[in-house]
Structures are given as C-alpha cells and as structure tokens.
Design a protein around this ligand. Structure first.
Ligand SMILES: *Cc1c(COP(=O)(O)O)cnc(C)c1O
Length: 364
C-alpha cells in the first residue's frame, strides 16, 4: 500500500531522495564508507557541503552580500541567536515582532531575554486565525529588526504579502521560514536574515539553514560565546566544530531534487495546485470547515475541522488504514492538519481529497 505521510515535521522527504540516500548509505563515492562515517574535513564531505551551498544559492538566487550557514539547534536556537547577535544593547534598544502563532510567540519569549520586544501586530486574540494585514503595520524608528514567521505551521496561516523595503525603511526583516522555505519564489534581498529548521521542507532535523546579510554578522557583542555567534560559522564555512554532516548531505540531495524538478517556481505551481485542491474540497462541503481567514490560508499546512471530535477521530483512523498518516492537528489546537510540503506529490493530495469526499458521503 502506498503511504502518504502528511506529518507536520519531521516530514516526508521525496522518495527519490530517500532511495538515493539508501543506495549510497554504506558506500559513498566509492570510499567503502558511508557519509555518516567520513571526516567532515575530508574531500568527500567538503564536496557535499560546497555543492549543497551552491545549490541553495542557485535555487534561491542568493547574492554574495549574503552568507549561507548551517547551524545546529534547529529553528528554536535561532529564536535566541537572532536577538543575541543583532539586537541593540544600547539604552532603549528593541526589536519588533509580529505575533502570528505558537512559533512566533516562542521566538518573542527568547528575544525578551536580550531586550525589549514590541509587538507590531497580533492575531492571538482570535486563536491566530489570520495574519494581520501588513499594510496596516506601523513600524517604529530605531528597531533592531522586524521578525516574522512566514508560515504558521500550527494555525495553518501564511503571509501572502510581505513588508516592502518602503514599509521597512532600512529595518532588517528577519524571517522564520521553517515551514515554507523554498516552497515559493521569494526575493532574498528583501530580508536581513532568513532561517529555517530543515525538517519540514528541506531535509532531516538537526540543522537549520541560515541566510544572513553580511553587514548583520558584524554586530555581535564580544560577550557572546563562539558557538552562538554568526561570525564563527561565516568564518569557518559552518565547520568551526563538527557539523551535522548527514543532515547537510540530505539537504544537498533535496536541493538537487528541486533542481531536477525545474526549480522553485515549478515547485510553487505544484504547491498552489495541491493546496487549492484541498481548500476547494473544504469550501464545497458543509461537513468540513476551515478555521482560517481565506486571505491568510497556508499552502503548506491545511488545517480543517469536522462537525465533531468523534468524527475527527474516526476520520484519522480510517485515513491511516488507507495509508494516509500524520493528519492529526497539533495537540494545542486539535482538528485535522494536512501538511503538504514540497515532497508531498499531487497524487497524495488527490488520494486525500477522494477520501474526504467518500468520508463525508458516509458520515453526514
Ligand atoms: C517546526 C518549527 C519551528 C521549530 O523548529 P525546531 O527545528 O524544532 O527548533 C520553528 N518555527 C516554525 C515556523 C516551525 O514550523
């Protein structure tokens, strides 16, 4: 039975990538050893990390004004590293945060350890059911940066409009893109820092991808330890200490796969088709409902409800029996969540749509 894994993260990886990793698991590049067993300073791994960075730069069209770094500790460590490195320690120093979900709230909590956090917009009062319209935000002067979470993995919302250079007036835009990086074409030049835990759209857990504008690397106070400083990673090619070699290797295979598919623009088209198929099914029925404002709907995490929790439990059980796994909503919000990152094929979404229609017929 074909299994379609709708897990929110760690999430399904492309089948071709899993098979490639399996084929060279015990013997990488004719060495007789696996990637897991090779020195990070040796020629094989050096070629892996260089190729991975080159792929990322090519796919996202990243200029030489930016460093591409691989850092352990996931996105959660970036919640702390961002303020540690670039929040002003001067009297009155602060950063602005948009509070659009559980992960932005966690990012704010860490930032408060290092300075003042101003909430520029929040949808907390309505259970994070929307992304407050960016055009209405009033940025204050003197903010060290503005932090956003481009896709809210738990609530199922996503930014479809980003603050422009005109809105920002020089304030660096910092984005947690853990759950939608490389899912659509963006202009990296609009951002000061982009970071993403790899385990949703890019590869296995254990590594975060950080793309940082070079001038921001120089702001770190002396008191910050080596492992928590961006300049340490920038100066050492992310090899100050032993990096998560296998995770970086997998990220390399995933980026290779995106290139073979035709790049991010092609992937974006597929992501639009996948998410529209699910939202159309939800909107066409009075059995399924979306708790999210239509203008803020995520293309990555499609959250929906059934008429009762009993029916939701039955839905999850029957879906799993048909090979559709990982559909349970986050424990904080309940309901159903179909996470359809880049690796989820259209066929998986079509199977889910068929099942939803069938289940509605049998249970309403
Ligand atoms: C999953 C997720 C995180 C947490 O990532 P870790 O790598 O587990 O720290 C942070 N932000 C967003 C938007 C996420 O989806």
């Amino acid at each position: 039975m074909a299994v379609y894994n709708f897990s929110a993260g760690p999430a399904a990886l492309p089948t071709e990538v899993m098979e490639k990793a399996q084929a060279e698991f015990c013997d990488f590049m004719g060495t007789g050893s696996g990637v897991l067993e090779l020195s990070h300073r040796g020629p094989q791994f050096s070629s892996v990390i260089e190729k991975t960075e080159a792929n990322i730069r090519e796919l996202m069209n990243i200029s030489d004004d930016y460093e591409v770094l691989f850092i352990q500790g996931g996105a959660s460590m970036q919640f702390a590293m961002v303020p540690m490195n670039i929040m002003s320690r001067e009297e009155g120093g602060f950063a602005e945060y948009a509070d659009t979900g559980m992960w932005s709230a966690k990012a704010m909590k860490e930032a408060k350890l290092f300075g003042d956090v101003k909430v520029i917009a929040s949808s907390k009062e309505t259970n994070y059911d929307n992304v407050p319209p960016v055009r209405r935000w009033k940025l204050s002067e003197g903010s060290s940066y503005l932090h956003i979470t481009t896709n809210n993995t738990v609530a199922g919302t996503q930014y479809h409009v980003l603050p422009t250079a005109e809105d920002l007036k020089g304030t660096p835009l910092v984005a947690d893109m853990s759950s939608d990086i490389m899912s659509s074409v963006i202009n990296v030049n609009d951002f000061g820092i982009i970071y993403a835990g790899a385990q949703k759209n890019l590869g296995p857990s254990g590594v975060a991808l950080v793309i940082i504008r070079k001038d921001l690397i120089e702001k770190t106070p002396e008191s910050i330890p080596s492992m928590l400083r961006y300049d340490t990673y920038a100066k050492s090619g992310s090899m100050f200490n032993t990096p998560p070699t296998f995770a970086i290797y997998m990220l390399g295979l995933v980026t290779e796969w995106i290139k073979e598919k035709g790049g991010i623009a092609v992937i974006e088209e597929i992501n639009i088709a996948k998410s529209e198929a699910l939202y159309e099914t939800i909107d066409a029925s009075s059995f399924y409902s979306s708790p999210v404002h239509p203008g803020s709907r995520s293309r990555m995490n499609i959250v929906f409800r059934l008429p009762s929790e009993e029916l939701e439990a039955k839905f999850l059980k029957e879906a799993a029996e048909l090979g559709m796994t990982g559909l349970k909503g986050h424990r904080a919000v309940g309901g159903i969540r179909a996470s359809i990152y880049n690796a989820m094929p259209l066929a998986g979404v079509e199977a889910l749509v068929d099942f939803m229609n069938e289940f509605e017929k049998n249970n309403s």
